[in-house]
Design a protein around this ligand. Structure first.
Ligand code: MTE
Length: 336
């Protein structure tokens, strides 16, 4: 097969900066047999184009987002990642393992009606319907850094409510030691769930978990919006988790189930490659990923090659004051 690599001037900043890391993660998937060699190249290869054609048959209807009412965050000196980048450079493997695919393939995703159930070891199990997601709790804006395990990061103005408020409503009992989260399973709507190659070889539904104290921490947010509007599907509409001191894969999208459990629940990336992705996944510049350093990251701010922005990664992504005490005495290189 003819392999046509783009010239350096044709690359956007994402391709240029952390492509080695990006390809490294994907190389593992390739070795596992889930991504063909063509999938590692730009979309211009014929195999990739063929894959895209599969999903081009339906006319693309742009998903609509609506403005939200919320308490604004205090002003910040941090440069926000432009909305256009937050909503076009995504990891949402249910809609494809390439960064640009979720924005393209999720446009017809139906988020209303929606049901989010809270169950397990609690005295007041409950179900939130679509409207409840926006009306049960006061919405507030939180400007958080999002640090992906692939060593890029963004600064995103989320809108949502603390997970603790929702969990308290369900009244967890003493057997609730962990919280387990599950993304919607709907292969009809999520092409990556029915096409193993497109979906990166993950066994769906995508699952995640937190220890109960982590879940109850005030920083842990259930997000229903960003940039003042409801979430677009590629960012996890209608509701997702945001855990800013942990690598981005903990921040599970499009959640339908939250369950109080007694034992540490499984999490998707750990299930796929346990030697590389743990349960805790706390951002830690001192513990390298087996195949790349976590000491620095590329902050995605404005566009263009000149905007490349390599910065030092902070312990707990800079949120140590709020969270370090939860891990006192733990060897974080063992509990990665
Ligand atoms: N949730 C689901 N259901 N599926 C995914 O593939 N990817 C995770 C996380 N949540 C993922 C997910 C990863 S690896 C990251 S870095 C963040 O979502 C990215 O969130 P963003 O696309 O909104 O920036």
């Amino acid at each position: 097969m003819l392999i046509k690599l783009p010239k350096s001037y044709q690359l956007n900043e994402y391709d240029v900066t952390d492509e080695s890391v990006y390809h490294d993660r994907r190389n593992v998937l390739k070795k596992l047999g889930f991504i063909g060699a063509s999938g590692l190249l730009a979309q211009s290869t014929s195999a990739q184009a063929g894959l895209f054609d599969l999903f081009k048959k339906d006319p693309v209807k742009a998903f609509t987002v609506s403005p939200l009412k919320y308490q604004q965050a205090p002003t910040t000196s941090q440069t926000l990642t432009p909305e256009a980048k937050v909503t076009s450079y995504n990891n949402f493997y249910e809609f494809g393992a390439q960064k640009s695919q979720p924005a393209q393939l999720a446009q017809q995703f139906k988020v209303n009606p929606w049901q989010l159930t809270i169950s397990g070891h609690c005295n007041n199990p409950l179900t939130l319907d679509y409207e409840d997601l926006f009306s049960s709790f006061e919405l507030e804006e939180r400007i958080y850094r999002l640090r992906c395990v692939e060593a890029w990061s963004m600064v995103i103005p989320w809108v949502g409510f603390p997970l603790a408020k929702l969990l308290q409503k369900a009244q967890p009992n003493s057997r609730a030691k962990y919280v387990m989260f599950e993304t919607l399973y709907d292969p009809k709507q999520m092409p990556g769930q029915k096409n193993r190659r497109l979906g990166g070889g993950i066994s769906y539904p995508y699952v995640e978990g937190l220890r109960i104290d982590e879940a109850m921490n005030d920083l842990t947010l259930m997000s229903v919006g960003l940039y003042g509007k409801t979430l677009p599907p590629q960012n996890g509409a209608p509701i997702r988790l945001v855990v800013p001191w942990k690598y981005g894969f903990k921040s599970i999208k499009s959640i339908v189930s939250i369950k109080f459990v007694e034992h540490q629940p499984a999490n998707t990336w750990n299930l796929l490659i346990p030697s590389e992705y743990g349960f805790y996944a706390n951002v830690n510049p001192e513990v390298a990923h087996p195949r790349w350093s976590q000491a620095s990251e590329r902050r995605i701010t404005t566009g263009g090659l000149l905007a490349r922005n390599r910065i030092k990664t902070q312990m707990f992504n800079g949120y140590g004051e709020e969270v370090a005490a939860m891990y006192k005495g733990m060897d974080l290189s063992q509990y990665y």
